[in-house]
Design a protein around this ligand. Structure first.
Ligand code: UDP
Ligand code: MG
Length: 322
């Protein structure tokens, strides 16, 4: 039977912690009752340097349910993506499959069962995808949609409307832990693992209590990080623009020469306008070229795994099967 670990990053979540713990314990008991997960499955709360009573509450829950509720205390606040990574990597050594979910229960815990079913069906990563964004403000909805579109244009593969509510098998977390980059954008990294994936759909609710820990500033930082950590396309765009302007300067040359010959120009205009076009284009092109190399250095320093071997058929294995 597979042991499930539910990983919950928490930053100043004293208002929702007990509610979350109760709801998630309910989910575990239900799944254990149905024989879908092991009896010793657990919830792992990661305290991301909260300044309120979050950690005390986690300790209380652990004291009340020593095997069911576990905790990790980070020394300081490192942000959602790192807190979640710390939780996943800690949990992977204690269980066979993980589910990550926010503490505020905006994501529907009821679909965890469906995720487990898909895991048993052979998926290593199952994305929780929200159906609609009814509960979000107009502003959050439009900015989020624009973000996915821009990501897509920049060639970053992400699952539309999926945040960090996700099932990952032990081996998926293990492979993920080989990605040693510090500019983390988890949802962009999952498709890189290459394993079989699927999605489950749910309606995202309002926060149970407390306020969003993702103000506009953090959201913009996440979006910018997402694009700049996964794509060197902006550099190619600059280079393309440089090429275009150099090409256009040749058209400008023809135009300027005709104007010059027909005598409609102020002395000095022709040489000036040509220099402006040509040099401007040349500079952009050169910056783009330098950028291409920087882009390559960037990709190299990440030292991402180059491949992920899922299975090898060896001679011994074949004999075993005979
Ligand atoms: N969170 C965290 N560290 C932070 C900010 C947020 O661990 O620095 C956690 C937070 O406790 C919650 C999850 O990340 O469990 C998502 O945050 P929130 O619900 O505030 O974001 P929103 O749903 O508003 O985008
Ligand atoms: Mg939330």
């Amino acid at each position: 039977m597979d042991k499930l670990g539910i990983v919950v990053p928490c930053y100043n979540e004293e208002e929702v912690l007990k509610i979350a713990s109760e709801a998630l314990r309910g989910v575990l008991d239900d799944l254990i009752g149905k024989g879908k997960i092991a009896r010793d499955s657990f919830i792992l709360f990661v305290n991301d340097g909260s300044r309120d009573r979050t950690w005390e509450l986690i300790e209380e829950e652990h004291a009340a349910y020593p095997a069911r509720v576990l905790g990790v205390k980070l020394a300081g606040n490192v942000g959602h993506q790192f807190a979640l990574t710390a939780g996943l990597i800690t949990a992977k050594d204690m269980c066979d499959v993980t589910v990550s979910i926010d503490a505020d229960l905006q994501d529907d815990v009821a679909v965890i069962e469906e995720m487990i079913d898909k895991f048993h069906g052979g998926c290593d990563v199952v994305y929780g995808v929200r159906k609609e964004r009814k509960t979000d403000t107009f502003f959050k909805r439009t900015t989020a949609q624009a973000f996915y579109k821009i990501m897509h244009l920049m060639g970053v593969k992400t699952v539309y409307n999926h945040a960090d509510f996700r099932l990952m098998s032990k081996r998926a977390v293990e492979e993920f832990s080989k990605y040693r980059e510090t500019n983390l954008f988890l949802r962009g990294m999952m498709p890189l693992l290459g394993y079989q994936t699927d999605s489950v759909y749910y309606d995202r609710k309002e926060r149970v209590a407390g306020e969003s820990k993702y103000p506009l500033k953090k959201m913009l930082a996440l979006a910018f990080n997402g694009i700049s950590s996964f794509s060197v396309k902006p550099i190619s765009l600059i280079m393309g623009m440089g090429l275009f302007i150099v090409a256009a300067s040749f058209l400008a040359l023809i135009y300027a020469l005709i104007s010059f010959c027909t005598g409609h120009v102020v002395p000095g205009w022709t040489s000036l306008i040509l220099s402006i076009w040509f040099l401007g284009g040349l500079q952009l092109l050169a910056i783009g070229m330098v950028g291409l190399y920087i882009g390559k250095i960037y990709i190299e320093v990440k030292q991402r795994p180059r491949y992920n071997i899922e299975k090898v058929l060896t001679a011994e294995e074949k004999q075993e099967n005979v």
